[in-house]
Design a binder for this molecule. Structure first.
Ligand SMILES: Cc1cc2nc3c(=O)[nH]c(=O)nc-3n(C[C@H](O)[C@H](O)[C@H](O)COP(=O)(O)OP(=O)(O)OC[C@H]3O[C@@H](n4cnc5c(N)ncnc54)[C@H](O)[C@@H]3O)c2cc1C
Length: 357
């Protein structure tokens, strides 16, 4: 007799949201390697909801998640200005946008340098209260009977006839029928530890800087990014912004830390956008965004390893897509029809089997 029906590896937003969807129906355990959930990518995001982000298939997951996030009080609308020197970006057609010409742009961003001629404004962009969303999922998971073990790193797992014998790093053993791989940057390593073939889920480092500048009134500044994808920043405090050089540097799975060169690049690009004096870096951090080879997330049972379910490759959109992604993954895991939120989305697009076709 197994200890659990489902053992979810990883207590970030992916594992927590899927756990919340299934805990009432299956005996579920989340094992998290760190001493608390959310230490890695989930706790390091830029925390925005941007419907146009990640291409049309990801946009469908984001759009499907919008009502849940908004009705739950997790969003605070900010808007996004995709600024351009020349051509405006092409965004998925379903996303609401309007063109902003230079005169209006100057009102939104006083001090913007003259070469930025126009922008595409995306009004639906919002901040996500990530900590609250993550805690809400974990609370629901526990309320519905789910169990969580922190300081519990999966070391290896052996598939037996009908179940898995999971061995943790401290030597303790747990038996579960299904393993869910929600290990973020470690997704391929966890697959290998379970003798499943890795899919090529690659972690990429992204740097964030909290910058204090000689200008006030910035708190509600829209998210500002360039059509070519080389930086973004958004208002944080009255005189601070969160800024990223939009870096994407290949990394091993690790406790990511910012490099000085990436912080300097971020500031250099920021100074090419606005004439605001840079006063100091208040803090900087980095996290890993993990992508499958086609940059789409992976939800579903492995093509070859029985009882091994993927919930990985959430790239830079894992928070904003989590409500719909968790519903979609739960339906696949439980073998149930999809919930209304994701009924119009074809799960095949996200299946791990696409890599073995
Ligand atoms: C700088 C930055 C900005 C971002 N901005 C946004 C944004 O604005 N909006 C958005 O939607 N997304 C954003 N993202 C992406 C988002 O943060 C991720 O897609 C999401 O957090 C991934 O969640 P996860 O649960 O898969 O990974 P994680 O949060 O990393 O969780 C995986 C967990 O698995 C655990 N684990 C690993 N191996 C094992 C093991 N062997 N045993 C047990 N546990 C294990 C780890 O300890 C970790 O806690 C950003 C990411 C970064 C880095």
């Amino acid at each position: 007799m197994s200890d659990f029906d489902v053992i979810i590896v990883g207590g970030g937003i992916a594992g927590a949201s899927l756990g919340a969807e299934i805990a009432a129906k299956r005996r579920t355990l989340i094992i998290e390697a760190e001493d608390h959930c959310g230490y890695h990518s989930t706790g390091r995001s830029a925390a925005f909801y941007l419907e146009s982000y990640g291409g049309p298939e990801v946009a469908r997951l984001s759009t499907a998640s919008g009502d849940f996030l908004s009705e739950g009080g997790f969003l605070r609308t900010r808007g996004d200005l995709h600024i351009a020197r020349d051509d405006l970006p092409e965004l998925p057609s379903a996303v609401e946008t309007r063109i902003v010409e230079r005169a209006e742009l100057e009102q939104w961003i006083p001090g913007i340098r003259p070469e930025w001629r126009r922008a595409l404004f995306e009004p639906g962009c919002a901040d996500i209260d990530v900590a609250s969303l993550h805690a809400t999922y974990l609370n629901r998971f526990r309320r519905d009977g789910g169990q969580l073990r922190t300081d519990a790193r999966l070391h290896r797992a052996n598939r037996r006839k009908r179940d898995w014998l999971v061995v943790l790093e401290d030597g303790s053993e747990i038996i579960g029928e299904t393993i869910v791989n929600a290990a973020g940057a470690w997704a391929d390593s966890v697959a290998e530890a379970c003798s499943a073939a890795p899919l090529g889920v690659s972690p990429k480092r992204r740097t964030m800087v909290q910058l204090r500048v000689g200008r006030s009134g910035l708190r509600d500044l829209p998210l500002v990014d360039d059509a070519k994808g080389t930086f973004y920043f958004k208002g944080e405090g009255d005189r601070t912004v969160w800024l990223s050089p939009h870096d994407e540097i290949a990394s091993d799975p690790c406790d990511a830390a910012p490099e000085e060169i990436d912080v300097a690049t971020a500031i250099d690009r920021f100074e090419q956008v606005v004439d605001w004096p840079v006063e100091r870096v208040e803090r900087s951090w980095a996290g890993l965004r993990s992508f499958a080879p086609d940059r789409l997330p992976v939800y579903g049972f492995d093509a070859h390893a029985p009882g091994f379910f993927w919930c990985a490759g959430q790239g830079g959109f894992g928070i904003q897509t989590s409500p719909a992604a968790a519903k979609l993954a739960a339906a696949l895991l439980l073998g149930e029809p999809p919930a209304a939120m994701v009924a119009a989305i074809d799960p095949e697009i996200f299946s791990p089997k696409r890599f073995s076709r």
